[in-house]
Every structure is written in C-alpha cells, then in structure tokens.
Design a protein around this ligand. Structure first.
Ligand code: ADP
Ligand code: ZN
Length: 522
C-alpha cells in the first residue's frame, strides 16, 4: 500500500469511523490525493462525498466543493463538524461579516473544506480569494448540472471551465449520479476533463423493484398501490404539473394517506416547511414536481411513484433512485398511458428549442418509451441505457409476471389503414370509433361509416385500441400533429408495416387490476 493509501484509510477509520472503503472509493481517493483529475459516476447513496472529503484532508490546503444545493450546505458542514473536520460554506444566505470571517480562514489555511455555490465562485472576489490561498482540490458536485439537455441545467456550471484555466495545477474531481453517455461527454467537454480518469460504478440498485403499469384511473391505481403494498411507509409521488400535485395530495389525504405537496409555484416558506416535515417524519408521502429531490437524503423512502411519464431515463433513474437509500427493499412504480406519450411529444414539438435540441429530446423520450413498452427485464433495459450489461433481475414486474406479447401486425395494419382512410386529419378518439364501427354524428357527417375500414376493429375494446395506438406512437409509426387538432399522421416507418413486409410484436393490454402484494420477495 502506498503512503497516500495508508493515510487515506487511516482518515477513513479514525475521522469518519468506517472500517473500509466501498467500491471504487479507494482508487478514486488515491488518484485525486496524488493530484489527478477525476470524473466519478456513482449512483445516489454510493458514497461520493468521501471521494473528495478524504483527498481534501490528505492534501495540503483547502478543498473547495462546488455545489448548487445551497439549502443543504449547512447540514453538510454540520455533519463534518461533528466528526471534527473544519468545514464552512460561502453563499448568499450569510452576512457580509460571516463571509469575511470564512474568507480569512480560507486564506490562512485554517479550514479543511469550503462549500460554495457556482454563482458565488464566479465572482471576482471569490476567484481572487482562491488565487491567494492554498487549494487542495476542486470538487464539482452534481456535475450533470452542466448538461444543457438535462432538467437540472444550471448556466453557471458552464463557466466552471475557468477552474482549469485559472488553476491548472489544482486537481479537479467532478461527481454525478447521472451517467448516460451524452451527459458524460458533455461534462468532460464543458469542464475540460478530457484527461481526467473516469470512475464508473455500477448503477444497479438491486433493492429497488421496478413496476410500470397501464394507466386507467391513475390516482385510484396510485392509492391502491400505496395502501396495498406500502401502507404506513414514506414515499414520493411525482406529477408533471403543479395543479396535479395539489389535487393528488388532496386526494391521498382524503383517502387516509398522509400527504404533503411540493412545487416551485408554492410560497417559499410553505415549501421549505413541507420539505422539513418530509425529512423528519415517518409515514408521510410527498407529492411533488421534479423540483423536489436533488440532494434530499431520507434513507427510508420506501417507494417513488410517477403518475406522469418522465422525459428521459436519466430523470426516471434519478427520481426513482431516491427510494431505498438504506439498502432495504423499495419500489419504483409508474402508471403510464396513451395520453402521456401524446403530451410528452407535444411538449417537445411546442418547445422553443431549435431542431437539434428537439431531436435530442425526442431520442431521450424514445428511450424512456422503450423502457415502458419493453417485454423483457426493466433493469436490463435501464442499465443498458447507462452502458451496463446485466442479466434479468427477478425483481421487476416483467421478470415477476412476464407480459404477454402477441403478433400485432394485423391490428396495427388496421389502425394504420384507418388513419390513412380518414385522410390523416382526425385524432385518436375518432380513429378508434371508426375502427370499432361506432355510429357517431361526426362519423355520419364525414361519411366515415362507408369507409372499408369502418368496424374492422369491432372485436377489440376502446382500451385495447388505445393501448395499441400508444405502442404504435411509441414505435414511431404514427405521430400526433398538434398543429392540426391532434390529428394522427403516418410516418415513413409505417410503410413497410402497411405493405406487409414487417411484423410488429405488441404487449397484450392488461386490465388495470387492484395491486396485490407480490408473493416473491427478492
Ligand atoms: P452519495 O453522495 O453518493 O449519494 P453519500 O456520500 O451521501 O452518497 O454516502 C451515502 C451514505 O453511505 C452515507 O451515509 C455515508 O456515510 C455512507 N458511506 C459512504 N462511504 C462509506 C463507507 N466506505 N463505509 C460505510 N459507509 C459509507
Ligand atoms: Zn427484471
């Protein structure tokens, strides 16, 4: 063992009170302590903090931690103080006098770690301070905030490239729990970490059971899930809109599940109070938009639910990753339906973004849809997205109750023909009525009851057709034109299916059933 490793292990045991490093921690600590740059990809709860805290103690000077989570800095500093590490933070919440005091400690090297928000770091005052001080390392926490494609994008993060330019001799360690290839490449590029050593941990969270169900009455299904599988547990429920957050929290409360709401539109004090209650109490559910969660460390979150489809697998993985940080069994549950696909596609179409950006968002959504529609193990699919190979897990819905698939070529052809026969000018509801042979006023007005496709799908229920259409949209055979009354349009990919050259395998529609506690435990 090298001198550095011996010192690092000694610090781990005597200061932090842990017997051994976990996973790649030892390698990372050794590399950074020796002055190397590093990019660390480790799932939530993996133990990223020690990867920069220990090198900061091993090396001379002050370790600077850049973090967007101002609200949590006090907690982090307190936790370090408890084990005798001299830490402080610099941010906009403190007085001028207090900041000056901390600055003096940094300049005179009487402190081990200082946390700063990126916007603070970028000030001339702060950069000058660090130029005048001995800096042990820069740790860039939540490094995915540099990614313009992600939902945690912080413009100030992009400017962090000045660290490399102004402090070429100070090692930098960037850390994140988001690991898809694109985000990784963006971090490397934007933070000029081309020469940094990359440490990629497994992203598997074996104690989390993944379940994605067909959405009927989502709220009711959610309630059944919580009362059936997680009565008395704490959990988080994600919704897309603020309105839905409030309605869902109210609905849960009315039905005997203690729930709080959290979204960016709420008054700050109320929001902070709800967050504090959630962290402190047991048997409590937080219903929130994605504004909630980054940096939240509540180890006993037993379930994370999504009532709306996330925009990407990174988002889904991060949000579900807040379940089961204590390593005990936990659930990630989502209800998903046709409307989700339509809505997410529309949000991309209608966004102000340029074409390249829209294409990236579209690809991210496609991967998410692939996870929802997969006929094989969810975990295999999820990890594959992060470039990790794995075997079927036995602890997800598709492993426990394999979905029934069928050759859907004929019904898909019927659906595509119906879209074509109504001149690609009608929305989902109308097309399904034509297929099912429903004689509505609208159908009579347009003489769609005399089309050859009228009634050719009468053997299937409306729900079944919606499930087929959802998959057809997810597969990219049909798009929804939001500029024209949400009318369905065929894509080029529909042609080979219509012509009969290409088969389509579909997931059998399963009636939403009351959730039962699964009998097989992991
Ligand atoms: P992350 O930032 O990756 O989400 P943390 O750094 O907060 O993870 O660590 C998660 C938990 O694991 C913390 O409670 C931490 O004290 C604990 N932990 C980290 N490393 C070790 C270790 N080597 N041995 C035991 N516990 C550890
Ligand atoms: Zn599985």
């Amino acid at each position: 063992m090298s001198d550095t490793s011996t010192r690092a292990l000694h610090l781990l045991q005597t200061v932090f009170g842990y017997p051994a490093f976990r996973g790649q921690q030892a390698d990372i600590v050794e590399h950074v302590s020796a002055g190397g740059d590093a990019l660390v990809l480790m799932p939530t709860g993996g133990g990223k903090s020690l990867c920069y805290q220990i090198p900061a103690l091993v090396r001379d000077g002050v370790g600077v931690v850049i973090s967007p989570l101002i609200a949590l800095m006090q907690d982090q500093v307190d936790a370090l103080a408890e084990v005798g590490v001299r830490a402080a933070f610099l941010n906009s919440t403190q007085s001028y006098e207090e900041a000056s005091r901390i600055e003096r400690l940094v300049r005179t090297g009487q402190i081990d770690l200082v946390y700063v928000a990126p916007e603070r770091l970028m000030t001339e005052r702060c950069l000058n301070l660090f130029q005048d001080s001995k800096i042990a390392l820069f740790a860039i926490d939540e490094a995915h905030c540099v990614s313009q494609w992600g939902h945690d994008f912080r413009p100030e993060y992009i400017k962090l490239s000045v660290l490399h330019e102004q402090f070429p001799d100070v090692p930098r360690i960037a850390l994140t729990a988001t690991a898809d290839q694109q985000t990784r490449a963006e971090i490397v590029h934007r933070l000029q970490l081309e020469d940094a050593m990359q440490f990629v941990s497994s992203f598997d969270r074996p104690n989390i059971r993944y379940q994605i169900v067909e959405k009927g009455n989502g709220r009711k299904q959610l309630l059944d899930f919580i009362t059936g599988e997680h009565g008395g547990d704490s959990g988080i429920v994600y919704c897309l809109s603020r309105k839905k957050v409030e309605e869902t929290a109210e609905f849960l409360n009315e039905n005997g599940v203690r729930a709080l709401a959290y979204h960016a539109g709420m008054e700050h004090t109320k929001r902070a109070a709800n967050q504090a209650r959630f962290l402190r109490e047991e048997n409590i559910v937080m219903v929130a938009t994605i504004a909630f969660g980054m940096g939240i460390d509540k180890p006993d979150v037993r379930f994370v639910c999504h009532l709306d489809l996330p925009k990407s697998i990174e988002g889904y993985y991060q949000e579900t990753g807040r379940a089961g940080r204590d390593g005990l069994p936990a659930s990630a549950w989502m209800a998903y339906g046709l409307q989700d696909v339509v809505l997410q596609r529309r949000m991309i179409d209608e966004s102000e973004a340029d074409e390249t950006f829209k294409r990236v968002l579209g690809m991210k959504l496609d991967s998410m849809l692939g996870l929802c529609e997969t006929l094989s193990c969810r975990r295999v699919r999820l990890l594959d997205y992060f470039g990790e190979r794995s075997a079927p897990c036995g602890n997800c819905d598709t492993c426990l109750i394999p979905p029934v698939s069928f050759d859907g070529t004929v019904p898909v052809q019927k659906l595509l023909s119906a879209v074509y026969r109504v001149d690609q000018r009608f929305a989902a509801g109308h097309v399904i009525e034509v297929l099912r042979g429903v004689e509505t006023e609208r159908i009579k007005t347009w003489h769609h009851d005399s089309l050859s496709v009228f009634g050719i799908g009468a053997d299937r229920s409306e729900q079944e057709w919606r499930a087929i259409l959802r998959q057809v949209i997810a597969l990219g055979l049909v798009t929804v034109d939001h500029e024209q009354y949400s009318s369905l349009k065929l894509t080029d990919a529909a042609r080979p299916v219509l012509k009969g050259g290409q088969k389509v395998q579909l997931r059998q529609y399963q009636k939403p059933v009351k959730q039962k506690r699964p009998t097989t435990a992991s």
